[in-house]
Ligand binder design. Sequence first.
Ligand SMILES: C[S@@+](CC[C@H](N)C(=O)[O-])C[C@H]1O[C@@H](n2cnc3c(N)ncnc32)[C@H](O)[C@@H]1O
Length: 298
Amino acid sequence: MSKLTRSVLVDIELRLKNAGVPSPRFDAESLVAFSLGIERNRIGLLKEITDEQYREIEKLVEKRVRRIPLQHLVGEQGFRRLVLSVGPGVFIPRPETELLVESVVRYLLDQKNERHTIIDLCAGTGAISLAVATEVKNCDVYAIEKSSAAFDYLIKNIDKSQEKLNEQNSKVIAINKSIEEEINELDLLRKKVDAVISNPPYIPNKMVPREPEVKDHEPEIALFGGKDGLDVVKVVIDIAKNLLKPGGFVGIEHADVQGSSTQDTGVPYLLIESASFQKIEDRRDLNGLPRYSVAIKS
Ligand SMILES: C[S@@+](CC[C@H](N)C(=O)[O-])C[C@H]1O[C@@H](n2cnc3c(N)ncnc32)[C@H](O)[C@@H]1O
């Protein structure tokens, strides 16, 4: 016997809500739509769900109730104008990082370069690299990622975006290395780079993320950045200092407690301390929390 789509949705939403899922309505609709192979905004047109369809939907709902990330179940995440492939082993790009992208896109669009050279340190799925390279013409973006599992997604997402990259005459060059080691591919770029962007791991080692989706399913390498969370951030600042041309742009995402310009736990403080940057600013996310620092190379 078939079921009314509306009742199925109400039931799933309630179960997800009881499991503590933060956006139960959206997730219920996304899982049903994914399972039926339709767009989420088409669900309203579908009056009934067959028993067979319901059994498939249930398999997904049961996983989401166990707080497996929605994005792992549907295999993708929207970011700016892109839909990126994601899954276990790679960090799921987050909306706050879209603001960091906005800041570098604006900077690049104001420049008169024939081509732009950009470095995305700790690239994950390639969210930042691909968003920049598909929104700004004539970009060469070097995307550096240490984890092989994440690197596989980076390559997959570059392949998926190739048409958009070609339209913009842009390239993303993926490099599977740690930013803490020598990266010979970047040797020739000393003092020639227009922008260095990074959303690195920045959570202090002892902190336990609250959301089960993050705590149990995001790779540790994507989250933790040493005792005060700033180990990788310090490497990013050092690379920006060495590779950026005078007037070049650096943008670094950080935790909401890392926005200080007067204490050594703050990213703006570290930028000031490096004595290589001017116009150092800390910017807030959509919740009004300190979220990323930007600066211009002196
Ligand atoms: C918070 S995630 C961000 C990923 C992506 N930039 C984004 O915004 O979605 C941090 C990424 O840094 C990578 N990573 C951690 N340490 C690294 C290192 N030393 N060198 C290069 N990548 C590193 C992790 O594997 C992970 O993909």
